[in-house]
Design a protein around this ligand. Structure first.
Ligand SMILES: [Ca+2]
Ligand SMILES: [Ca+2]
Length: 180
């Protein structure tokens, strides 16, 4: 009887060890898979930050009056989090926008509102808007662009406040000469 009891206890001990090993595996995996979701939830709860900046450039800012030229507007996300719900307000004086094209399908340019929208912008990513414009006068024309909306807070600029010293604001001057 004693040997049989010992044998039974040994079998029960082995079975118990096997069960705990099986339980330990999934428990570790669960911890690994739940960490990122907890991190995402913490980011969402805190609102998150995304440092957005805008740049504008033209190939040559001196053009003959009534000739068309391209203005490139770029928005960049320096992070640390992905930005979403972006709007970039475009404004100009003495220019007419002939056409607009965006680098991806993540947004679009509304010509009547003069607003470029980008659904989301991952950390480190840059989106581009190319505007073909034509001066309407022989005076110096000005074009500006500024982030006007974002779902994330920006650590060093305020959307839509029109401050040219901030990195979410950019401008280009175009000097048009008389047509030959
Ligand atoms: Ca910024
Ligand atoms: Ca601003």
């Amino acid at each position: 009887m004693k040997i049989r009891t010992l044998f039974t206890l040994l079998v029960l001990a082995l079975l118990y060890t096997g069960c705990t090993d099986q339980l330990a595996g999934p428990e570790l995996d669960t911890q690994n898979t739940t960490l990122p979701s907890l991190e995402s939830a913490a980011k969402a709860a805190s609102g998150g930050f995304a440092d957005l900046s805008v740049r504008m450039r033209v190939h040559d800012n001196r053009t003959r009056w009534s000739d068309s030229l391209e203005i490139v507007v770029e928005v960049h996300n320096e992070g640390p989090h992905q930005a979403s719900g972006l709007a970039i307000a475009y404004n100009d004086s003495l220019l007419r926008v002939l056409s607009a094209s965006t680098s991806t399908s993540r947004g679009g340019y509304n010509d009547s509102l003069e607003v470029w929208t980008v659904d989301h912008l991952p950390t480190g990513a840059t989106e581009k808007l190319v505007l073909t414009v034509r001066p309407t006068s022989r005076k110096t024309a000005l074009a500006t662009a500024e982030v006007s909306a974002s779902d994330m807070r920006d650590p060093d600029s305020v959307p839509g406040d029109g401050d040219p010293r901030q990195d979410d604001y950019a401008s280009v001057k175009i000097i048009s000469r008389a047509k030959r």
